[in-house]
Design a protein around this ligand. Structure first.
Ligand code: TYD
Length: 226
């Protein structure tokens, strides 16, 4: 199958120095920010040097792109949108993520990465997984995380949590429920496509229980004894 062939071109960073690249994924309202903060605290308490970045963003150039995308006044062409995310990502990998991963006992946490592009641009914007994966096959974009934590919630929970938050909606938050349904389906497809890398977290549960699920996975995947 074409997708498997494409995926075989990707690599995850070497972990022999006890350094790890971890991404967090989930639709609006999945609690990513809170859980990344909790994971950061947990990993630091266990002796890791931890660095956290968000996508799009994480570099001066990336933050400018973030502003351009999330506050775009007109609808972007899907391919244009996709390239903006990739441009931010390539810069972040080159400037921050890859140099940090060459150090010992270091964890880089990313708030969104390739799976966001696969579902938002690939599925919801209909470019397809194949095109998005093809665009990632050249360095520095051909790096997959060692572990991805997918915080899964359903549409109802996402809508309720977004309503509670009540902030002004940005470019993607104004999308229809059909758009969100396709994102949820897209993430489920990714869990099947990358069964080793992506760990599914039940993020409908309360904060403490989600934190516990994540800590258990971190302990086993990072070989932590505590
Ligand atoms: P953000 O405010 O960071 O959303 P959240 O707090 O939910 O993570 O905005 C990032 C938005 O950009 C989010 O709606 C998802 C979208 N996005 C893509 O469409 N493709 C991508 O590759 C990335 C990284 C994000």
């Amino acid at each position: 199958m074409e997708l498997t062939h494409l995926i075989s071109k990707y690599q995850s960073p070497d972990t022999t120095q006890n350094s790890f690249f971890i991404s967090f994924e989930g639709i609006e309202g999945s609690g990513k920010s809170t859980q990344i903060t909790n994971a950061e605290t947990f990993l630091k308490a266990n002796g890791f040097e931890v660095h956290r970045f968000r996508e799009p963003g994480g570099t001066v150039f990336g933050e400018k792109l973030r502003e351009a995308i999330l506050h775009s006044e007109s609808p972007l062409d899907p391919m244009s949108e996709c390239h903006l995310f990739l441009s931010s990502r390539a810069q972040l990998l080159k400037e921050k993520v890859l140099p940090l991963l060459s150090k010992k006992n270091t964890v880089v946490l990313l708030d969104r990465y390739i799976d966001s592009t696969l579902v938002y641009q690939g599925i919801a914007r209909k470019l397809g997984f194949e095109k998005v994966l093809t665009l990632h096959q050249f360095a520095p974009l051909n790096i997959l995380p060692n572990l991805t934590l997918y915080l899964q919630i359903d549409l109802k929970t996402s809508m309720e949590r977004q309503l509670k938050r009540g902030q002004e909606k940005d470019y993607f938050e104004s999308e229809t429920s059909q758009f969100y349904e396709s994102l949820i389906q897209g993430h489920d497809d990714l869990v099947h496509l990358f069964p080793q890398r992506i760990a599914l977290i039940d993020a409908k549960k309360d904060i403490d229980s989600v934190t516990e699920q994540i800590q258990n996975i971190l302990k086993s995947r990072l070989g932590m004894s505590s």
